[in-house]
Write a protein that binds this ligand. Structure first.
Ligand SMILES: Cc1cc2nc3c(=O)[nH]c(=O)nc-3n(C[C@H](O)[C@H](O)[C@H](O)COP(=O)(O)OP(=O)(O)OC[C@H]3O[C@@H](n4cnc5c(N)ncnc54)[C@H](O)[C@@H]3O)c2cc1C
Length: 395
């Protein structure tokens, strides 16, 4: 049986970065993946992902984001691919709600460059948008988007160049800890041994880690691309990433949405979606069809912020979230096997952290700890996950 230092199970967003970091540190790495690099069945497709640093979810993420931005630029250099575009970001909300107040607190606490805008100023700077009259926003120039498919492909290419063995179209059927303190991993094609295992299965976590009973909600999410109108006052160019930021918006309880500038010309449309409000599913049973009533609902909501987003629906696609009860990630040693590291439950906001999660997983697999990992925020044994476990066991 072939033997490696580390096996990475799932070479998607996080697993690709982990394989890259591990190979860069000289480990003999094997990556095993069900699909091809850049596939659209999990959480890492759809062309764009927001990156931002004034993090309303919790200021604890800010040091990780700073580190991740360095990693994004390094990945671009190592791969020769264009991945990150900093077109600015605007987070619009009610004056006393977390989208606005949380973004402002994270920016203030960590001394991140930002500006506070009222509704009139938002309209002046970004003529595509017409927010509620009492809305307030944090504008952050150091925000924008990254390209998910390019990222996963880049990490795979760079990892392979550094010596990692990557096997695509080879799903893992099961894995087990071995008595000597290593692991054995079985796929549809063979069995492999390793000293350490990194498990990064995205929305397949409930299947590949059933023994942990993690309280993960696997949610069907949709992103939509609508064509804007081209008018004299608001021409197509106003939507392009030279002039238009990424954004998050929620006012008067209308449901938080996020979106992007036009990144692929007028024909590509403007991509947006609801940040939350998914429907529970599994990767095996998800309904990949996007229905007319969903499109109508999204259109109505989008028009509240973009009155001229009246053109055709260019496309709509489904994607999977893996959501923990407190919406924080799960990263750390497997509670039953210290030679196994797990990273899952990225709760719909993990992509911007890809390079730093790769570094953390390499640290954990090779040394057992990581100075980059917050002490308890992502702990697989934290109370919020225990309570969630009890709730899912009794329901
Ligand atoms: C609609 C949508 C919008 C999002 N927007 C943003 C955003 O703007 N900003 C942001 O930061 N984040 C965003 N996210 C979240 C982000 O994309 C995810 O948190 C991140 O991609 C999760 O990475 P992952 O590695 O856990 O999962 P994945 O990238 O899905 O990787 C898991 C991989 O494991 C493989 N795998 C699973 N089981 C096996 C097995 N048994 N054998 C072999 N391989 C296996 C899968 O095939 C897959 O390739 C969004 C997600 C969605 C769905």
């Amino acid at each position: 049986m072939e033997h490696y230092d580390v096996i990475v199970l799932g070479v998607g967003s996080m697993g690709g970065a982990a394989a890259n970091s591990l190979a860069g540190r000289g480990a003999r790495v094997l990556g095993l993946e069900t699909f091809a690099p850049g596939h659209d069945q999990g959480a890492a497709h759809g062309g764009t992902r927001i990156v931002r640093q004034s993090y309303f979810e919790s200021p604890e993420y800010v040091p990780l984001l700073r580190r991740a931005y360095e990693g994004w630029r390094r990945l671009e250099e190592e791969s020769g691919r264009a991945i990150m575009e900093l077109c600015g970001g605007v987070y619009i909300g009610d004056p006393d709600d977390v989208t606005f107040t949380g973004s402002r607190s994270a920016a203030e606490l960590h001394g991140l460059a930002h500006e506070i805008l009222d509704a009139e100023e938002i309209r002046r700077r970004f003529p595509t948008m017409d927010p509620a009259d009492d809305a307030m926003a944090v504008y952050e120039a150091n925000a924008g988007y990254v390209r998910p498919e390019e990222t996963t492909i880049a990490n795979a290419e760079v990892a392979a160049r550094k010596g990692a063995a990557l096997r695509f179209h080879e799903p893992v059927t099961h894995w087990q800890a071995t008595p000597g303190g290593g692991v054995e991993v079985v796929t549809t094609r063979g069995a492999y041994g390793a000293d350490r295992l990194v498990v990064t299965p995205g929305p397949w976590a409930p299947q590949i880690l059933p023994e942990l009973g993690l309280p993960l909600a696997i949610d069907r999410m949709v992103f939509y691309w609508f064509a804007p109108e081209d008018t004299d006052r608001v021409p197509y160019e106003s939507y392009s990433d030279a002039r238009h930021p990424v954004y998050i918006e929620e006012t008067h309880g209308n449901g938080q949405i996020y979106g992007f500038p036009m990144t692929d010309g007028p024909r590509g449309g403007l991509k947006l979606g609801y940040f939350r409000r998914g429907t529970p599913t599994t990767p095996q049973t998800i309904d990949r069809t996007v229905h007319d009533d969903e499109v109508d609902d999204m259109r109505r909501r989008a028009l509240q912020l973009f009155p001229r987003l009246t053109g055709e629906l260019v496309q709509a696609k489904t994607c999977l979230y893996s959501v923990t009860p407190d919406e924080h990630f799960v990263i750390g040693a497997h509670p039953l096997h210290e030679q196994v590291q797990i990273a899952c439950g990225f709760s719909g906001h993990g992509f911007k952290f890809v390079p730093v999660v790769g570094e953390i997983l390499a640290d954990l697999a090779l040394t057992g700890s990581s100075s980059l990992l917050p002490t308890t925020l992502f702990d697989p044994l934290r109370p919020a996950l225990q309570r969630g476990r009890a709730a899912s066991a009794s329901s």
